[in-house]
Ligand binder design. Structure first.
Ligand code: HEC
Length: 265
């Protein structure tokens, strides 16, 4: 084979390769354009079109302030009334349900104010304070959730869950003030509930809500219903018959609605 023929042959092969590459390239371009055009074939005007990797545009996790009741035409009725945001805007009060129900009333702010001294002693900044001895006045407040032979077991078992999670490490499983925090000597001054049997329900609530002495405020951690539930639970430590009922459905121990503080006033 002469040199010139060899050269021509190589050129032809090269051309053929190039042609193939060109044809392939044209196909790819055509396909890409078709996909782009197809991508716009979505009737929803709020949609950016077909998404090949939706997770890249939207986090699959639940996000605050997104109304999951309706997304892209897909409606989920039950989510329309469900809050997805956990932190409400400042100074707003959640208020829903039937106007006169106990739970709706409990959504309103606690009527008793923290004493002005609590600002320093318990770090309660940004609160409305009072100069009066509201702790003493709180003795007049009654637990709005009355125990009955029907609901007693449920309320006390809810109280146990809350107590175990929030209070037991200081106050002890038996309410004797010997929680692991105290036994390890990390914390001192926790009383046995039995020694405070004369405390009224309202004062217990006040102390759990705003804190007392070495105990911190729990109002940002517990709802008012939960605190009243705990008040019921703590009473068992003072009287094992608390929350128990006789055959006629009468409570064996009456709630501490009468208060020594208001009696002396
Ligand atoms: C960090 C430890 C600690 C934790 C947690 C704690 N307490 Fe206390 N608690 C104390 C101390 C200390 C006192 C004594 C306060 C005083 O009288 O000076 C106390 C007192 C009390 C009193 C008596 C209040 C009064 O007016 O005399 C009640 C009721 C009470 N706690 C309930 C609770 C409940 C319910 C929880 C859980 C939500 C809880 N505590 C969590 C340490 C704690």
């Amino acid at each position: 084979m002469s040199k010139s023929i060899k050269k021509k042959l190589i050129k032809r092969i090269n051309n053929r390769k190039m042609r193939r590459t060109l044809i392939f390239g044209t196909y790819i371009t055509a396909l890409t354009i078709t996909l782009f055009v197809l991508g716009s074939c979505v009737s929803n005007p709020d949609s950016s079109g077909l998404e090949y990797m939706p997770d890249m545009y939207r986090a699959p996790s639940i996000e605050a302030y997104v109304d999951y009741g309706e997304i892209r035409g897909r409606k989920v009725e039950k989510y329309k009334t469900t809050l997805s945001a956990l932190t409400p805007p400042n100074n707003t009060i959640p208020y829903y349900g039937k106007g006169d129900s106990l739970m709706v009333k409990l959504m309103l702010p606690y009527a008793r104010k923290a004493n002005i001294l609590f600002r320093e002693s318990h770090g309660l900044y940004g609160y409305d304070f009072s100069l009066a001895d509201e702790y003493t006045l709180a003795a007049a407040d009654n637990n709005p959730f009355l125990l009955t032979s029907k609901n007693s077991e449920e309320i006390l078992s809810k109280g146990k869950v809350l107590y175990t999670a929030m209070c037991q490490h200081c106050h002890g499983e038996k309410g004797d003030g010997n929680g692991p925090m105290v036994l390890s000597k990390a914390f001192v001054g926790v009383p046995a509930y039995a020694d405070r049997a004369t405390l009224s329900d309202g004062q217990m609530f006040y102390s759990i809500y705003y804190g007392k002495g070495m105990m911190g405020a729990h109002n940002s951690l517990l709802s008012k219903k939960e605190i009243w539930t705990l008040v019921h639970y703590i009473r068992q430590f003072q009287n094992p018959d608390y929350g128990k009922f006789d055959k006629n459905g009468n409570p064996k121990v009456l709630a501490k609605t009468d208060s020594t503080a208001t009696k002396t006033k």
